[in-house]
Design a protein around this ligand. Structure first.
Ligand code: NI
Length: 373
């Protein structure tokens, strides 16, 4: 890749970084991406989407898709960089600006060899990854129509730049959210016997859930349940009638997920009933487990080796990723590329290494053209 192209990609990434937009509000981001692609003479077929951009290079069959996500997070940026976010309280803290720059670079490289491509590459600049709405929107808009295989990436701050990792089969987790509501009976704090103490019952449920995950599942099942929020009570001398708390559950298997939900529900209802209270569980499925096709995962690693990456087999990842929804429809592979940041994803100090952009752009251009062959 030429120095000027690399400099261009970094400049685009910084521009996206300075003007981050939240999920499903990526209007200016989409406008910028559309403009850069159009200036390069790349086709932008019309799809019924309100944000996000879909581009196409080459002609005929087969058809391969490359996907980048484009949304940012409600996080205050604390990097102190010259090109830090100009949108107060919004930050590209997951590196989707990096992913966008990578796929813009892949698009330009593929455009330069368009006449030799034995098929078509469709590039999906997808909105709404963080709230798990974008992949479904794109699929409903027809973005996968005719696509034979799809590829995407996430930067991995824990891996050094120049390192690549993926795995066949389950990779990212079922990333679910749940809310538990305990309804007791409020009372004066000096007279708990006149009420039903929702705080004590909530704490019993939380303890029971931790014992449930450690005692009721096979140690080898990948499973984590964290309570991240408790809300109840406003005063020092009143026992609240209601406590609500919630968190997230991560699994890598649909059966384990279903068993977990059923057992959590049983614990919640029975602990509360035993104490004379009533409790309910609402379970909100997030992105499903991401399952890489083994052929395409191995193929992705092989192309990474050819491109000079240090290639590893990835561990199971406990994050959620809505790319999983594409992989429920068609085969493909999702990969991790090292971004060597001291601070991790979704942290105000997250600062990925821009040196990953040019090699990764090169990689995805090569991956797509080899996949077509
Ligand atoms: Ni992300």
């Amino acid at each position: 890749m030429s120095v000027t192209l690399e400099a261009q990609l970094i400049a685009w990434r910084r521009e996206l970084h300075q003007y981050p937009e939240l999920s499903n509000h990526e209007y200016a981001t989409s406008e910028r991406i559309r403009g850069w692609l159009a200036d390069a003479g790349i086709r932008l077929p019309d799809y019924p989407v309100s944000t996000g951009v879909i581009a196409e290079i080459g002609s005929g069959e087969p058809l391969i898709a490359l996907r980048a996500d484009i949304d940012a997070l409600p996080i205050h940026e604390a990097t102190g960089l010259g090109y830090r976010s100009r949108h107060e309280g919004v930050m590209h803290a997951c590196g989707h600006d990096m992913h966008s720059a990578v796929m813009l670079g892949a698009a330009l490289l593929l455009k330069a060899q368009e006449s030799q491509l034995p098929g078509r590459v469709r590039l999906l600049f997808q909105p709404g990854e963080e709230n798990c709405t974008g992949a479904r929107q794109f699929i409903n808009a027809g973005a996968l129509n005719g696509v034979q295989a799809i590829f995407g990436m996430h930067n991995e701050p824990g891996l050094p730049t120049g390192t690549f990792a993926t795995r066949a089969g389950a990779f990212y987790a079922n990333a679910d959210r749940f809310v538990i509501r305990v309804e007791g009976k409020g009372a004066h704090a000096a007279h708990p016997e006149q009420g039903v103490d929702a705080i004590v019952i909530a704490s019993q449920i939380i303890q029971a859930l931790q014992a449930l995950t450690s005692r009721s599942f096979n140690t080898l099942d990948s499973l984590v349940l964290s309570i991240t929020r408790i809300d109840g009570g406003k005063s020092w001398n009143v026992l609240p009638g209601v406590v609500e708390f919630g968190g997230t559950a991560r699994t890598h298997d649909f059966q384990v997920r279903a068993q977990l939900e059923a057992r959590v529900r049983r614990v919640v209802e029975s602990v509360a009933a035993g104490a004379g209270a009533h409790a309910t569980l609402s379970w909100h499925p997030g992105p499903p487990v991401l399952i890489n096709d083994s052929h395409w995962a191995n193929f992705s690693s092989e192309v990474a080796r050819q491109c000079g990456y240090t290639v590893q087999t990835a561990d199971l990842h406990l994050g959620g990723e809505d790319f999983a929804i594409y992989l429920q429809q068609i085969a493909g592979a999702f990969v991790s590329i090292g971004s060597g940041s001291e601070y991790g994803l979704h942290h105000g100090g997250f600062n990925p290494d821009e040196a990953l952009i040019a090699p990764a752009a090169n990689y995805f251009a090569r991956l797509a053209s080899q996949a077509l062959r």
